[in-house]
Design a protein around this ligand. Structure first.
Ligand SMILES: [Zn+2]
Length: 177
């Protein structure tokens, strides 16, 4: 076995999502506090030993950073709307990067799509999209979000659908709505 490789037997336990029943204003407060303290200036937000950079400038419409906006809103008929699910699952971003990528987490599916690197946790259908920087070393965070089981199922390949059925991932998904 490669000694340098971090070994985790199974993906242990994702952090609990924030409580969605608190309503969007409270969720936003929780998610933004988490973003500022755990993500924005984190030195350990890395992919393959290279730093993941964020868009730190303040968004035009709201008093928070552009990357945070990408993380907590989703596109709905050309408008960005708040997504409770995205806010609530924000802690999964760092957890998956830290504990699942570069480990032998059985749920990791990492693939290239055009210029983007897609990191998918098949346990909870959480996507992290990165882009390799052209000139500088490192990566940019494009976004990260959970797909609903149904959305995931619709786009899954036949093989992935079998996997979903076999592992009953749909049932396992414990996200509070
Ligand atoms: Zn994992």
């Amino acid at each position: 076995m490669n000694k340098d490789k971090k070994v985790y037997k199974l993906c242990p336990k994702l952090p609990d999502p924030f409580d969605c029943s608190k309503g969007i204003p409270n969720l936003l407060t929780d998610a933004h506090y988490y973003f500022k303290t755990e993500i924005l200036n984190a030195s350990d937000l890395i992919y393959h030993n290279k730093k993941i950079e964020l868009l730190k400038y303040i968004n035009k419409l709201y008093p928070w950073e552009e990357s945070f906006d990408h993380l907590v809103t989703k596109s709905y008929f050309d408008v960005r709307v708040f997504s409770e699910e995205r806010m609530a699952t924000l802690p999964w971003l760092k957890y998956i990067l830290k504990h699942c990528v570069d480990s032998d987490c059985p749920y990791m599916n990492i693939y290239q799509e055009d210029e983007n690197i897609c990191i998918l946790c098949q346990k909870v259908f959480y996507y992290i999209i990165l882009k390799k920087k052209k000139r500088k070393k490192g990566y940019s965070l494009i976004t990260a979000y959970p797909k609903t089981a149904k959305e995931y199922y619709n786009i899954a390949t036949e093989k992935q659908k079998e996997l979903v059925k076999e592992q009953e991932l749909v049932k396992e998904r414990k996200l509070v709505r």
